[in-house]
Unconditional design. Structure first.
Length: 255
């Protein structure tokens, strides 16, 4: 029998930096106030700038849109905000202080060897304003490793990740979903870990959370090895980590 805690330490040690610190600020152009083209590149929002993406607008990048620290503007999305290479689709570098109104699509899809981390909306600090989703917010991560001897795969997906408190308003009448799959196959040993949260609140829920839509999460882990193999999968539609001590999911991944 494989030791659960040792296995989790082994498999998470190389992936936790990606999952928790893979949101570095990049020097992108300032977003236009109105985006209506299907080929808009990654951009940033500062100050009180507000952005509207119409039904024909598509913004891609990693992240596709970044709200810089101190930004208080609003985002109305009827189009698509997509990342398909690495990381986060929509990043708030500090608080979500204004409102995010999504009636379109916000999506992150990650496929990789060893480690894959996908986040739809990442709020680095508190949700102070309003997040209203009547569209689709999704994150999907898949990791596959088949090294000759030892194989380890880690997949993490969060559709909406709030890295502190939700003291504002969160309303969902659309679809929020997360899925993670990790597959590892080694001739000697293998370990696979998959984690999925549709909504992850790494702090207190003191505001308002209303759901009349669909919130779902799924995770699957598979491992095979001749001497040892272990697989762990966990999924939560809504997870509230109110008793966190410095951010348990990132800082204390082995529990």
């Amino acid at each position: 029998m494989i030791d659960r805690q040792v296995f989790r330490r082994t498999i998470l040690s190389s992936a936790v930096a990606l999952a928790c610190y893979g949101h570095a600020t990049r020097a992108f152009a300032t977003c236009s106030t109105n985006i209506s083209t299907a080929s808009a590149g990654a951009c940033t929002v500062s100050g009180a700038l507000s952005v509207t993406i119409d039904v024909n607008g598509v913004v891609t990048g990693a992240p596709a849109i970044t709200f810089n620290s101190g930004a208080t503007g609003n985002l109305n999305n009827s189009g698509s905000i997509i990342v398909g290479s690495s990381g986060t689709a929509l990043l708030y570098s500090q608080h979500l202080a204004g409102f995010l109104n999504n009636s379109g699509t916000i999506k992150s899809v990650q496929n990789s060897t060893t480690s894959a981390s996908a986040v739809g909306v990442y709020i680095t600090n508190d949700l102070l304003g309003t997040l209203d989703n009547s569209g689709t917010i999704s994150a999907s991560a898949e990791a596959n490793d088949s090294l000759a001897s030892s194989a380890y795969a880690y997949a993490s997906a969060d559709a909406v990740y709030i890295n502190a408190d939700l003291s504002g308003q969160f309303t969902n009448s659309g679809t929020i979903s997360a899925s993670a799959e990790a597959n590892a196959s080694g001739s000697s040993s293998a370990g696979a870990y998959a984690s999925a949260d549709a909504v992850y609140i790494d702090g207190e829920l003191s505001g308002q959370f209303t759901n009349s839509g669909t919130i779902s999460a799924s995770a699957q882990a598979n491992a095979s090895g001749s001497s040892s193999a272990g697989a762990i999968a966990r999924a939560d539609a809504v997870y509230i980590n109110a008793d966190r001590k410095g951010g348990e999911k990132c800082m204390k991944p082995i529990g």
